[in-house]
Design a protein around this ligand. Structure first.
Ligand code: SAM
Length: 277
C-alpha cells in the first residue's frame, strides 16, 4: 500500500496564517520531514502537534530520500515542511518530490503562505505575468551578469534577498535597470515591523541607506518589468519626433518619445538626430 507525501506550507511570520488543513495533516501523518527540526519544534508545539520529526535539508536531502521513500512505500504518510512558507520555493524539497513521483507516490500540496506571492499581492505592480527569480548570486560579478540578462524582461520580477546584502542588491538593481524603474519593497511581511512600499529604484537606495532598520529582517523585492516596446511605425515615430522637435531639444524629444512609446531612447535619439540634419 503506497502512502502520500504532503508538501505543507507553514506561516512566514504570523502564526495565525497556519491553515486548518496544515494542522490536521501534520497531526495525522506518521512522520514530518523538516528543513530544521529545532525551528519546526516551536511551530509544532504551538499547535500541539506531536508527530515525530526528521531532518531533511540541502545537505542530507540526497541520502535521506531513500529512507523516506521506503517509509512511504511501506504505507506511512509523510509531510514535508520548511522553516517558513512553501517548501521548494527557495527551500529544500525538490529532490524528494521528484523521487516520490518517480516511485509513483502521490504528492499532495497543502498550500499556504509564500513570501513572493504575499509581496506580489500587496505592492501594486502588474501581477498578470511575473517571474520568480529567487535569490540573486552572492558574488557581485555573477549578480550583475544575471541582472544584465533580466533588464529587458517585461514581466514583473520577484527577488528574495538577505538583509546583509539588501543595500548592495538595490544599488545593483538601480545601476542595471535604471533609477526610474518602479520597485515594490516588502519587508517582514505579516510581522510586527511589516513595511510595504512602492517607489523608484533610485528612491529605494536612499530609503534603505538612510534607515538602517530597513536593512534588517526578511525582504522581497518586486521589480516592475521593462517598458513594453509599442508597435510604432516609422512614419508615426517620425511624426511624433518632428512635432516635439519644434519645441524641444533632440535629447528632451527623444527622452519623451522613449517614455511615451517604450521604444529604446538610443533609437529615438538617433532618429531625432537624423531628422534635424
Ligand atoms: N519558502 C519560503 C516562501 O515560501 O516564501 C521562502 C524561503 S527563503 C529561504 C527565505 C526568503 O524568503 C527571505 O530571505 C526573504 O527574501 C523571503 N521571506 C520569507 N519570509 C518573509 C517575510 N515574512 N517577509 C518578507 N520576506 C520574506
Amino acid at each position: 500500500m503506497s502512502a502520500q507525501l504532503f508538501v505543507v506550507a507553514t506561516p512566514i511570520g504570523h502564526l495565525d496564517d497556519m491553515t486548518f488543513r496544515a494542522i490536521e495533516i501534520l497531526k495525522s501523518v506518521s512522520l514530518i520531514a523538516a528543513e530544521d527540526t529545532r525551528q519546526s519544534i516551536q511551530l509544532l508545539k504551538h499547535f500541539n502537534i506531536d508527530t515525530p520529526l526528521t531532518a531533511c535539508h540541502d545537505h542530507n536531502e540526497s541520502h535521506k530520500i531513500n529512507q523516506l521513500i521506503e517509509q512511504l512505500k511501506a504505507g506511512q504518510n509523510i509531510a514535508l515542511i520548511s522553516d517558513a512558507g512553501t517548501p521548494l520555493i527557495s527551500d529544500p524539497g525538490f529532490k524528494l518530490v521528484r523521487a516520490a513521483q518517480e516511485h509513483n507516490i502521490r504528492v499532495t500540496p497543502v498550500p499556504g503562505a509564500c513570501a513572493a506571492i504575499a509581496a506580489l499581492s500587496a505592492v501594486g505592480l502588474p501581477s498578470d505575468r511575473f517571474s520568480f527569480e529567487g535569490f540573486l548570486p552572492s558574488k557581485a560579478s555573477q549578480r550583475l551578469a544575471q541582472l544584465e540578462k533580466l533588464k529587458d524582461e517585461t514581466q514583473t520580477l520577484i527577488f528574495y534577498e538577505a538583509p546583509h546584502r539588501i543595500l548592495e542588491c538595490t544599488k545593483n538593481l538601480r545601476d542595471t535597470f535604471g533609477a526610474e524603474r518602479t520597485v515594490g519593497f516588502a519587508r517582514e511581511i505579516t510581522k510586527t515591523f511589516e513595511t510595504i512600499k512602492k517607489m523608484t529604484l533610485g528612491e529605494l537606495v536612499e530609503f534603505v541607506e538612510q534607515d538602517h532598520n530597513q536593512q534588517k529582517g526578511e525582504i522581497v523585492l518586486v521589480v516592475a518589468g521593462a517598458p513594453q516596446e509599442k508597435d510604432l511605425s516609422q512614419e508615426k515615430l517620425d511624426d511624433l519626433l518632428k512635432r516635439l522637435l519644434q519645441d524641444l531639444s533632440v535629447k528632451a524629444a527623444s527622452q519623451l518619445v522613449a517614455d511615451l512609446t517604450g521604444i529604446k531612447k538610443k533609437i529615438a535619439y538617433q532618429r531625432a538626430l537624423e531628422l534635424t540634419q
